[in-house]
Design a binder for this molecule. Sequence first.
Ligand code: URA
Length: 434
Amino acid sequence: MRMYDIIMKKRNNGVLSKEEIDFLVEGYTKGEIPDYQMSALTMAIYFNKMNAEETLNLTMAMANSGDMLDLSAIKGVKVDKHSTGGVGDKTSLALIPMVAAVGVPTAKMSGRGLGHTGGTIDKLESFSGFRTDISTDHFIDQVNRIGISIMGQTADLAPADKKLYALRDVTATVDNMSLIASSIMSKKLAAGADAIVLDVKTGSGAFMKKEEDSFALAKEMVTIGNGAGRKTIAVISDMDQPLGRAVGNALEVKEAIDTLKGEGPEDFRELCLTLGSYMVVAAGKASDKDEARAKLEEVIVNGQALEKLAEFVEAQGGRKEEVYDTELLPKAQHIEEIVSEEDGYISGIVCDEIGICSLILGGGRETKESEIDLSVGLVIHKKKGDYVKKGESLATIHANDLDKLEVAKKRFLAAYSFTDKEFKPEALIRGVVE
Ligand code: URA
């Protein structure tokens, strides 16, 4: 079999067989197929798509490209969560400690930034000394000991996705339903949880911009998960404007901490409580969503969720002082306001543009080798439906390079649109696929 023929077949809109998919996944994982051939194939997939069977075969080949974790050494129903990616999507940072504080063992494998979106692993590295490259033994021990761990993809777990994810990030091949579904579900299946809660984003900041595509992606992933014997549920949530207010690694960590103290933005808190309720019920720690929600609210009020985050940060080599004093987190040198150039109600925010502003400031990668700047980003003060006066601050921008600051500021302002009539933003939760 030759990779050249496989690329040509997909370029000509053919359907790849299981044997061809197994061949390319194995060859790419072993380094026998180079990045340039894989880039050509992913671009062909991007344009010509894959059917449900190809997507399932790709998922299983990537899940089997390394070890399949056996979490049976951890007592209880292990629940995992994954988002399809968005702007300001720091959900795992607050949600996982909340759920763990309620007694649900959470063993999560997360990724780095992808396209215009940030990644949990990059964000967690805002804590000095924090390690996400832990071994699977450490991962399992830690969940057994303190009920929570988040690790990056090791060389052993779904390594095909790890390589492909980094390649897609820099080759404009992220936003394809089959590539997203197989990327997420291969990791989730390999990481071994019993139940999986998916947060499928929709809107201009998501990879799936149209609601119908987000529902289709959700159905595809739920079918793959349930077919593999994992109880899988997907919540479709709004990403037509940034989630919460902070966009950028350390800024998002701070917002997650504020949320665990009960001081976070309402939309972000609501999403954490909604996803968390499904996780707590799936783990059998509450009989229904209302009971689960009450338990989650309780661990915010009594401080146990924040303590769980501190415990987790310390267990993975970070400094828990930074959880209790966010002033210690990385800080940018230049902090400026972006003021509105007009009066009116905000009727639209081109959300992926806001993610790109953070990338321009240095918060994401231009190439696979790029270092990211954890301190930069934006804190948004005015969102859809808000009324703003000319000269009022729309956001605070945090930068370390004044030229980049100017470029990002212009792009930020161009992403906003205004109307003189009152404007009601879309609902945060658009639906659930079980
Ligand atoms: N998250 C992933 O892990 N993979 C994707 O392709 C998109 C979001």
